[in-house]
Design a protein around this ligand. Structure first.
Ligand code: GRF
Length: 221
């Protein structure tokens, strides 16, 4: 009963392992972009290690020196590269450097896992339809920063998270997967964010597999 309720809150639902869902025997080559904690990055890495996602994380690009994601990547033996936005005068120059790094690692799919910068057409054009983002709301509600606080202020009773393709307008691209989370009477932004993140960690690996399963999505080399 409970599991039926839980699975009903995730759409689309995926039964069991997504390890074989990529439609290809070769692992998807992922590049992760992260600005902070990196819990979503680690959840994806764990899904890969568990055989639930047929992929490999080739590099983690981060923009904030000291970001916790670096410690997680070190523990997992995954390369990192710092590209500090403060060192680039223009957004396009940063995105050019990001694209070059990802291409050097032969990344196929770009995973924005808590990347707190807008991206330009330069990066989007380098990976057309192959950049995914996770956002802590049921888009199109509450795009942009402080989504959980926005939702609490609006008084909504159901919140959640969304994995979507990245387009130029922030948090606007086609939706791949969503999970719903009820707002409890005593919720603060912190408690609600924590429960949303639990769902993020579940759906992000599944959404990557779903996106890659689309026949036109896998790039040919
Ligand atoms: C997540 O809540 C995600 O929705 C948002 O940024 C946060 C990143 O968290 N885009 P983490 O760094 O993965 O822990």
């Amino acid at each position: 009963m409970v599991s039926a309720l839980v699975s009903a809150l995730v759409s689309p639902t995926v039964n069991g392992s997504t390890g074989s869902m990529t439609g290809s025997p070769s692992p998807l080559r992922l590049g992760v972009m992260a600005s902070g904690s990196g819990s979503n990055f680690e959840a994806i890495a764990q899904a890969i290690a568990a055989g639930d996602l047929n992929a490999s994380i080739e590099v983690v690009i981060y923009n904030n020196p000291g970001a916790k994601v670096v410690d997680r990547a070190a523990r997992l033996g995954i390369p990192v590269q710092l590209l500090d936005h403060r060192c680039f005068e223009q957004r396009e120059a940063l995105d050019e450097a990001i694209a070059q790094s990802l291409q050097a690692y032969q990344v196929e799919w770009v995973i924005m896992a808590g990347w707190m910068r807008r991206v330009s057409q330069r990066l989007i054009s380098a990976f057309p339809n192959r950049i995914l983002n996770i956002h802590p709301s049921l888009l199109p509600s509450f795009p942009g920063v402080r989504a959980v606080e926005q939702a609490l202020a609006a008084g909504v009773k159901i919140v959640g998270c969304t994995v979507h393709y990245v387009e130029l307008v922030v948090d606007s691209g086609p939706i791949i997967m969503q999970a719903a989370v009820p707002v409890l009477p005593d919720d603060t932004a912190a408690t609600l964010q924590a429960r949303i993140q639990q769902q993020e960690h579940l759906i992000f690996p599944q959404a990557i597999a779903l996106a890659a399963q689309q026949p036109t999505q896998r790039p040919t080399h």
